[in-house]
Design a protein around this ligand. Structure first.
Ligand code: TXA
Ligand code: MG
Length: 346
C-alpha cells in the first residue's frame, strides 16, 4: 500500500484533503490525523473491520481498548447510557481538550474491538482544528489510538507517523507538530472518587478545581493492581532502541556519569534542558528552557525518537518534578526507562 501524506490546515483550499480522508474513513479504511496531544490513527468507531485495521497497522494487542473521538459534546449521549454530573462539568470545562472520560457505554453501538470487551468507553473531543474539522464533516465517532507502532513513542509530527506506518496505512493528514506532545489525561468517572488512569495535559489539580477529589494512583499502587484498569498501561511504551536511564538534573552528576559510561565504551545520548548543551555527551537533545514543563512535554517524544537515529548505546534523560503536567511527563519518562535510574545501575 502506498501511504499518501497531505498537508492540511483549516483553509477551504484543503477541502480535497478532507474529502479524501472522509471517503477513506467511510470506506472502512484508517487515516492518521493530528490532535493537540499526538497524532492519532483513526477508523469509524462503529465499523469493526475498520477498527481491526488499526490494531493490525500498529501491531497493537487486541485487549487494549481505543479512545473514541467526537466533534461535539451533544454526541456523547449517543454512546453513553447515563452521563454522570461530574463528567458533564468536566466536558464543559475542558472540552475540546486533552481529557478522555471513561463512562459506561450503551450496549451494541460501538464496534466490539473498540472497547476490547469492557462495558465502558473513553470519549474525548480533541482541541485541534484539523481533528475537529474532520470529525464534524464526517459526523461519525472515530476510534483512534496514537499513530505509532505499538511500543514506540507516540508521534508528535507527521514524519513520525510516516517512519512507523509507511506502507501500512493509506493517508496521513499533516497538520504540523502537535502542541502538547503527550497523550490525553484518561479519567475513569465510573468510580467514586474518579481515578486518573493516565496522567496528561489536564492535571489532577485542574480536575479537582472542578469536581473535587480525584485519585492519581502512585507507581506502587499501579504495580500492585493486578488487573490494570487502563489495559494499555501494562505494556512497554515510548521505548527507543537503546536503554534509557533517568538521572537528576545536576550537571556535576551528569558529567561524572557520562565520563564513566564513555570509559565503558558507551556512546551516550543526553536528554536535558537546553542550557546543558555544554556537557560533553555524544549526542544532545534539548527539552527546551529549564523548568518549562510545556516545552519539555512538547519535545519529549521527538527527542526519544531522535535517539534512534544515532549510534547511542545508552540514553540519559533528566527528570522533572511531578507538579502539574510534570506528573504526566514523569509517567512517560518512567515508562520509557522501564523505571531504571542511573544511580541504581549495576
Ligand atoms: O491523546 C490521546 O489520548 C491520543 C490521541 C490520538 O487522542 N490517543 C491515545 O490513545 O493516546 P491510546 O490508544 O494510545 O491510549 C488510550 C489509553 C490506553 O492506555 C487504554 O488502555 C486506555 O486509554 N483506555 C481506553 N479505553 C479505556 C476504557 N474503556 N477503560 C480503561 N482504559 C481505557
Ligand atoms: Mg498510544
Amino acid at each position: 500500500m502506498e501511504t499518501l501524506k497531505m498537508l492540511v490546515n483549516n483553509n477551504e483550499a484543503n477541502e480535497q484533503s478532507y474529502s479524501q480522508a472522509i471517503d477513506l474513513l467511510n470506506q472502512g479504511e484508517v487515516v492518521a490525523f493530528p490532535t493537540e496531544t499526538v497524532y492519532g490513527l483513526g477508523a469509524v468507531a462503529t465499523n469493526d473491520s475498520a477498527v481491526k485495521k488499526i490494531f493490525e497497522a500498529k501491531g497493537r494487542p487486541s485487549d487494549n481498548p481505543l479512545i473514541v473521538h467526537i466533534g461535539t459534546i451533544e454526541e456523547v449521549s449517543n454512546y453513553i447510557e447515563e452521563i454522570p454530573d461530574n463528567a458533564k462539568k468536566l466536558m464543559d470545562c475542558f472540552w475540546p481538550g486533552p481529557l478522555t472520560i471513561i463512562m459506561k457505554a450503551k450496549k451494541g453501538l460501538l464496534a466490539p474491538s473498540v472497547t476490547a470487551g469492557l462495558s465502558t468507553v473513553g470519549l474525548r473531543m480533541p482541541n485541534h482544528e484539523v481533528a475537529l474539522r474532520l470529525l464534524r464533516k464526517l459526523q461519525k465517532p472515530v476510534a483512534a489510538p496514537s499513530a505509532n507502532r505499538s511500543g514506540k513513542p507516540s508521534p508528535t509530527k507527521a514524519v513520525h507517523v510516516e517512519e512507523d506506518l509507511q506502507g501500512r496505512i493509506p493517508l496521513i493528514l499533516d497538520g504540523g507538530a502537535t502542541g502538547i506532545g503527550i497523550e490525553s489525561t484518561v479519567l475513569d468517572v465510573t468510580v467514586t472518587p474518579p481515578v486518573i488512569l493516565r496522567p496528561g495535559g489536564v492535571t489532577k489539580e485542574m480536575l479537582e478545581q472542578v469536581i473535587g477529589t480525584v485519585i492519581l494512583p502512585t507507581k506502587n499502587q499501579q504495580i500492585l493492581d493486578s488487573t490494570p484498569k487502563a489495559p494499555g498501561m501494562k505494556y512497554t511504551h515510548y521505548a527507543p532502541n537503546a536503554p534509557v536511564y533517568l538521572i537528576e538534573h545536576n550537571k556535576k552528576e551528569i558529567e561524572l556519569a557520562i565520563r564513566q559510561l564513555k570509559k565503558e565504551g558507551h556512546k551516550v545520548a543526553l536528554l536535558a534542558p537546553s542550557s546543558y548543551q555544554d556537557i560533553k555527551a555524544d549526542y544532545f537533545f534539548p527539552y527546551g528552557n529549564e523548568g518549562n514543563k510545556e516545552q519539555m512535554s512538547a519535545k519529549l517524544y521527538d527527542d526519544l525518537r531522535a535517539c534512534d537515529k544515532t549510534e547511542a548505546t545508552i540514553i540519559l534523560a533528566t527528570t522533572t518534578t511531578t507538579e502539574g503536567v510534570g506528573a504526566a511527563i514523569m509517567n512517560r519518562l518512567e515508562k520509557a526507562a522501564g523505571n531504571k535510574w542511573y544511580k541504581n545501575r549495576e
